[in-house]
Design a protein around this ligand. Structure first.
Ligand SMILES: CC(C)(COP(=O)(O)OP(=O)(O)OC[C@H]1O[C@@H](n2cnc3c(N)ncnc32)[C@H](O)[C@@H]1OP(=O)(O)O)[C@@H](O)C(=O)NCCC(=O)NCCS
Length: 92
């Protein structure tokens, strides 16, 4: 899910994305983030936020490749698994 709070809050947030398993590892998530950053720059938006589960290492790798900072951990954030959530920020 991607939220564009451009008009109201001036940030974009990515909370859950998925690449079909047979297409993973081909750079598609990187491409999505790159495109979003380009769009945000064009629109003059600077605040990019992300959230993912503590066990989702590929997504954490994607965030870290774009220099997102992990700014917060929400303990037992998800109802179904009681997993922690990591919150990321990128100032564009
Ligand atoms: C997270 C997800 C969307 C990434 O999509 P993708 O198109 O495969 O992503 P990319 O190919 O652009 O990049 C994935 C990176 O993770 C790395 N990676 C794969 N498995 C990894 C692991 N176990 N630990 C760390 N990094 C890992 C890959 O090497 C790649 O990095 P690289 O390009 O520097 O080599 C995909 O794995 C997915 O759909 N996962 C299931 C759902 C999910 O976890 N969604 C995230 C919730 S926000």
């Amino acid at each position: 899910m991607v939220f564009n709070w451009g008009q109201e809050k001036n940030y974009v947030k990515i909370t859950s994305i998925g690449t079909k398993s047979s297409f993973r590892g081909q750079g598609l998530a990187h491409k999505l983030i790159e495109t979003m950053i380009d769009d945000m720059k064009r629109e003059g938006m600077r605040d990019f936020r992300g959230e993912t589960r503590v066990t989702k290492y590929p997504m954490q790798k994607v965030f870290s490749d774009f220099n997102f900072r992990c700014v917060e951990t929400f303990k037992e954030y998800y109802d179904n698994t009681m997993e922690d959530a990591l919150r990321y920020n990128l100032n564009i």
